[in-house]
Design a protein around this ligand. Structure first.
Ligand SMILES: [Zn+2]
Ligand SMILES: [Zn+2]
Ligand SMILES: [Zn+2]
Ligand SMILES: [Zn+2]
Ligand SMILES: [Zn+2]
Ligand SMILES: [Zn+2]
Length: 444
């Protein structure tokens, strides 16, 4: 299994032969892992060896190289150059990578032509692999170009078909499908919808037996070829095929340090975080209550969320509010209607940028307007403070208001303080209960 996943191009004949030639020297013994490299890695090649005549790269500019004939020629040319190059040289390493890349493309081009001619390699429309629901993509990609999530190579949607998972958007070449080793992020996030909340819980390369945490390819710092890349979210090391140095906001860093700086993560994490970003799974009050003390926007948002819940009690009893779907103002953050303490990572990102506060203030003013100005029924459910002579109608969400926690009656905050939180309504209820008790005992 291990050896198989190292080579995503193991169906390309002659590949092993080249590796064997190179494997005769110790320093190149890991050359089997370089299959399907990231095209951007081409930049790391020393400029000295990239001359006009040996630069056989398959960059976007040289898209002309896509017919089977051209590619066959290019493969032959590159093979000769490999043999001519000095053993263990940087140049040879580079050329071998190009050779493998060219062969992959040749293979793909062959498959594509076969498909056009209606020969046996018809791929099924739908495949289920490790929880992914792969749908065959026959049309050239309309938007940005795609990279294969298995081998990290470019997907030439003009030339051939490819698969994409309808749940997590994992994309791959048709030929890479059998080597897919990442469980669908949609499945992972459904099974365990919680974030890792330790900041980069690194375990170290040796604990991973010097293998990529996803595809198990050998990785080591000693060999610059297959450099281990750390995923800042889960603390594991990955090979460049599984970790493209893409960056994300890390939930643990936000929750503990209010730090929104994006950090490099592996592709699996990136997909996972993208799927999770709008889920309200962060109970901030439990995780880090001190945050509310030093992030002003956060405490303002918290206050508005509490007010919204108080106003919700009015709307559920108001026909007009129900009919006009007033609460649907919050339809992209429905969790704000259910609780005051669950936040999605997106909420926190938007609090940091100021976007959420602005949005909530707008919603709040629409709600307040309904209760205080537009709706007689809701207005009629306001309170008059029993503790003073003021006849002004007050509401539980007013800044001047205080609420008795036992009976929910509303008073002026000042009056409530002056009376030492002594609630006249609660007193009356108690009085009545006592009287009832005494009469019932008289009867008995
Ligand atoms: Zn691929
Ligand atoms: Zn998937
Ligand atoms: Zn890997
Ligand atoms: Zn109303
Ligand atoms: Zn009062
Ligand atoms: Zn009370």
């Amino acid at each position: 299994m291990d050896n198989k996943v190292l080579d995503c191009d193991n169906n390309v004949e002659e590949h092993t032969a080249v590796n064997q030639t190179l494997a005769s020297t110790p320093s190149s013994s890991t050359s089997g892992c370089v299959s399907g490299d990231d095209t951007s890695d081409g930049k790391s090649v020393p400029a000295s060896i990239v001359t006009a005549e040996n630069y056989l790269t398959i960059s976007e500019e040289s898209q002309a190289l896509c017919s089977v004939e051209d590619l066959t020629k290019a493969v032959e040319q590159c093979k000769e150059m490999v043999l001519d190059s000095a053993e263990c040289s940087e140049e040879r390493k580079w050329l071998v990578r190009r050779l493998i890349e060219l062969r992959l493309r040749l293979q793909e081009a062959r498959e594509a032509t076969e498909q056009e001619n209606g020969s046996p390699t018809q791929h099924s429309e739908l495949k289920v692999v490790l929880g992914h629901h792969f749908a065959l993509q026959n049309q050239p990609a309309a938007t940005a170009k795609h990279h294969c999530d298995r081998c990290s190579g470019v997907i030439w949607s003009v030339v051939h078909s490819w698969y994409q998972c309808s749940d997590c958007r994992y994309s791959c070449h048709v030929k890479c499908l059998p080597q897919v080793c990442r469980v669908c992020a949609h499945v992972t996030s459904s099974e365990n919808p919680l974030y890792i909340l330790d900041i980069c819980p690194e375990v170290g390369l040796s604990a991973q037996a010097y293998r990529c945490a996803e595809c198990k390819a050998h990785i080591t710092f000693k060999n610059s070829w297959v450099e281990p890349r750390l995923c800042d979210y889960n603390g594991h090391y990955y090979c460049p095929n599984c970790h493209w140095n893409m960056t994300c906001v890390i939930p643990a860093r936000v929750v503990h340090n209010w730090d929104f700086e994006e950090k490099p993560v592996c592709q699996a994490t990136r997909q996972l975080l993208q799927l999770m970003v709008k889920r309200p799974v962060l109970k901030l009050q439990e995780l880090n209550p001190r945050l509310f003390g030093f992030v002003e926007e956060l405490s303002l948002v918290k206050k508005i969320r509490e007010d919204i819940l108080l106003m919700k009690k009015y709307f559920v009893l108001c026909k007009e509010a129900t009919e006009s779907k007033l609460l649907w103002q919050l339809n992209d953050r429905l969790h704000f209607i259910d609780s005051t303490d669950s936040y999605s990572l997106q909420d926190l990102i938007d609090i940091n940028s100021g976007k959420l506060l602005e949005y909530l203030e707008k919603v709040q003013s629409v709600f307040v307007k309904h209760i205080k100005e537009e709706c007689k029924l809701c207005y009629g459910r306001g309170y008059v403070c029993e503790l003073c002579d003021d006849s002004e109608v007050i509401f539980p969400f007013d800044t001047v208001a205080a609420i008795c926690q036992k009976c929910s009656t509303v008073f002026h905050k000042n009056c409530w303080m002056k009376k030492n939180h002594h609630c006249p309504k609660c007193a009356r209820i108690q009085e009545r209960a006592k009287r009832k008790e005494s009469t019932s005992s008289d009867d008995g």
